[in-house]
Write a protein that binds this ligand. Structure first.
Ligand SMILES: NC(=O)c1ccc[n+]([C@@H]2O[C@H](COP(=O)([O-])OP(=O)(O)OC[C@H]3O[C@@H](n4cnc5c(N)ncnc54)[C@H](OP(=O)(O)O)[C@@H]3O)[C@@H](O)[C@H]2O)c1
Length: 301
């Protein structure tokens, strides 16, 4: 199969398109003929070698954790999915940016989503749901999302709004109209946030989801009034130090099915900032690495 790979840790220039062995699903897994793969920060962080102690990859490695495609091989013990079904989902830390990919968690992709949208749904939705779950019931509560314009943040806006939360999101000015379109009240992150929120939410912010890891966690806890009302998916070190909830993405097909159902209802649609062809995966990584993705970046296979 044709795949993007890197043979050593390094910058985006290490990515090459080449032939690689076809993968096969193990028990409980499926293989898809990939239509599109999502790009996530973990892809370039793993490729750079920065996580090699914590999350080493086997080289050469195919980047990508998120894919949508048509099922073409089914592992032992798998039920509820057939050859030819269009599914989106998650594999391991690597493997998605290729013609064929193995998934260990998946759900049927809603017909309302394009392939690009479905490719951007997996990791962002399960991460957003994990962070939101740690915060308890959402109905009637005012939720602040720090880093609301990114992949996880933009998914969290729609998922939380669908559960009845009033959502305030932080982003740079250029993304404020984007946040409004998703259903959040926009404001700017950084100094003076507490004062801006006092005007936007006179009754206070009940709960906070941090997806930015910008060093603001202590300020966010002060805004919520209690570390138990704050969850982060990105700031591992400070979460432990300050006592906030830490949520990590889980390869959970139930969560993916819930995200797909919201898609069918028209309440959650991943927003795609840009789609790159497979041959330009290095540019896609460089784009993601700049840290200002609006919604998702996707690679079309
Ligand atoms: N724990 C897990 O399992 C897990 C899973 C997925 C992701 N993550 C982590 O969660 C983080 C977010 O992931 P993602 O996919 O949403 O990333 P992303 O799509 O690259 O998000 C980038 C967003 O961050 C915003 N941003 C940049 N600087 C900011 C700041 N100082 N304050 C607030 N927002 C800022 C940008 O908005 P502007 O352009 O408006 O500045 C941009 O929209 C990453 O660190 C990722 O590694 C963790």
């Amino acid at each position: 199969m044709r795949a993007v790979r890197y043979h050593e840790y390094g910058g985006a220039e290490t990515l090459v398109v080449e032939q690689a062995p076809d993968p096969h699903p193990g028990p409980g897994e499926i293989r898809v003929r990939v239509a599109a793969a999502g790009v996530n920060p973990i892809d370039w962080k793993a490729r750079s070698g920065a996580l090699r102690e914590l999350l080493p990859v086997e080289l050469p490695a195919i980047p990508g954790r998120d894919a949508v495609g048509v099922v073409d091989e089914i592992g032992a013990g798998v039920q509820g999915v057939d050859i030819g079904d269009r599914v989106f989902g998650l594999g391991g830390l690597t493997g998605a940016t290729a013609e064929l990919a193995v998934l260990s968690a998946w759900a049927h992709a809603p017909a309302t989503w394009t392939d690009e949208e479905a490719a951007g749904a997996g990791l962002a939705s399960v991460t957003a749901m994990g962070g939101l779950k740690a915060l308890g019931p959402l109905r009637g509560r005012t939720l602040l999302i720090e880093g609301a314009a990114g992949g996880v943040g933009s998914a969290a806006i729609e998922i939380a709004a669908a559960q009845g939360a009033t959502v305030i999101g932080t982003a740079g000015e250029r993304n404020h109209a984007f946040l409004t379109a998703l259903g959040a009240l926009p404001t700017t992150y950084g100094p003076g946030l507490a004062e801006r929120l006092a005007a936007l939410a006179p009754n206070g912010v009940d709960i906070v989801l941090d997806t930015a890891a910008s060093g603001s966690l202590a300020d966010l806890i002060e805004i919520a009034g209690d570390p138990a009302r704050v969850a982060t998916v990105a700031d591992h070190a400070n979460a432990q130090r300050l006592g906030a909830h830490l949520a990590n993405a889980e390869n959970d097909s139930t969560l993916l099915a819930a995200a797909g159902e919201l898609g069918r209802q028209g309440r959650y649609t991943p927003r795609i900032e840009r789609t790159y062809p497979l041959a330009q995966t290095a540019q896609a990584h460089a784009h993601a690495e700049r840290g200002h993705t609006r919604g998702k970046i996707v690679v079309r296979i």
